[in-house]
Design a protein around this ligand. Structure first.
Ligand code: MG
Length: 378
């Protein structure tokens, strides 16, 4: 601990009060004369299963648990935490993540600040596996932030006060259960609804019978006809919907583009926008993009997507899977810069093992701790 304090003090000597990323002097540890832990990056991981508070239903499936993989990267006695959340419909699993992570050899690196080099290597280990890759990226960001003693939102130059309100998802259910869920969601200022079923209107009427809060909608590609989708968007807009995600198949940019042009609310690409090159592909077909760490391979590429989308004049939404406060706190570092946030993933589970970013009175509140600002509580 003594070592670490000295190190942080040394590296966070700031120039004129501005934060400067240090050139990492690894000899600080060596000179200290006390026991020096490994100066290689060491990655470990273990599976964990999230229990959902409510059975979660979207257009494609229902489930009551989410498999995740928890990662740690240790360097000189400091630990960074990461997480891969893998809802089954996205194709990754604890097995695929374990297989991928066993192939990731971080011990070849001795400077955790070489994020660009390390993460390019991680991306090259195998194609796909975006959540497993994100679990390494998040742990590395947490680690480096902890070494310099600063949270990433500060390193990126964002203002803590500018965090948005988060939506809270009301899953598809019977009108009675929907009304109950809306009451339980009293704290949240904007409700998100999953669309794309025959019962959509019934569900919205059930919500409107108990609240007039703004709604966001997510069709998850569930609408099959562009005119019907647009009619539905108009109907929903008249009932207070302020934004809609992925109306039709990601394979059909033309229909989504036709809808975006005519829609009274922003149309956001989610399934159609996974990684950085997809931002350019989405331009012209969607009003904005939904960035999720589990699609983008983590914080570094997510930050690039945010920057690119802004440069292209697009709206930005920040989303999540059901995940612990670890991955949520990582995503939240970007939240001061987004138009819409959907960061309720940790609120939907009953066995979180981290504390970090919270939601207070519906608004995302970043923790002050360095890195991604999380503490392990179990
Ligand atoms: Mg979505």
């Amino acid at each position: 601990m003594h070592n670490r304090r000295d190190f942080i003090k040394n590296t966070s000597l700031m120039m004129g009060g501005a934060l400067v990323l240090p050139s990492l002097d690894l000899n600080i540890f060596r000179r200290s004369g006390t026991t020096m832990p490994s100066s290689k990056l060491k990655l470990t991981f273990k599976p964990y299963t999230l229990e959902l508070r409510h059975v979660f239903t979207i257009a494609a499936s229902s489930r009551s648990t989410t498999p995740v993989m928890l990662t740690e990267i240790e360097f000189n006695g400091i630990k960074g935490y990461g997480e891969a959340s893998m809802p089954p419909y996205l194709g990754e699993s604890q097995e695929t993540a374990a297989a991928f992570l066993s192939r990731v050899n971080l011990e070849q690196f001795d400077n955790p600040f070489e994020l660009e080099k390390i993460l390019a290597y991680v991306d090259s280990v195998a194609p796909g596996n975006p959540a497993a890759k994100a679990s390494v990226d998040i742990a590395l960001h947490d680690l480096t932030g902890k070494i310099i003693g600063q949270p990433w939102y500060k390193i990126w130059g964002f203002e803590k006060e500018k965090t948005p309100v988060t939506t809270f998802t009301i899953g598809i259910d019977t009108p009675e259960v929907v009304r109950q869920k809306v009451k339980e969601a009293e704290e949240y200022k904007v409700l998100k609804i999953k669309l794309g079923r025959d019962t959509d209107r019934e569900m919205v009427e059930a919500i409107r019978s108990v609240t007039d809060k703004p709604l966001t909608g997510d069709a998850n590609q569930g609408w099959k006809d562009k005119q019907q989708a647009l009619d539905m968007i108009h109907w929903l807009h008249e009932r207070g919907m302020v934004m809609v995600e992925q109306p039709m198949s990601k394979e059909d940019p033309e229909s989504n583009g036709w809808i975006s042009e005519r829609s009274p609310v922003p149309v956001i690409a989610d399934e159609a926008c996974q990684r950085l090159p997809d931002v350019i592909k989405a331009k012209g077909y969607y009003t904005g993009i939904n960035i999720k760490l589990m699609k983008s391979t983590g914080m570094r590429e997510a930050h690039k997507m945010l920057t690119l989308a802004r440069a292209l004049g697009m709206k930005v939404m920040l989303g999540c899977m059901t995940e612990t406060s670890c991955a949520i706190s990582a995503a939240a570092q970007l939240s001061p810069m987004v138009d819409f946030a959907d960061l309720d993933g940790a609120l939907l589970i009953s066995n979180d093992i981290f504390e970090g970013t919270t939601v207070v009175d519906g608004k995302v509140v970043l923790a002050d701790g360095p890195g991604i600002g999380v503490k392990k509580i179990k």
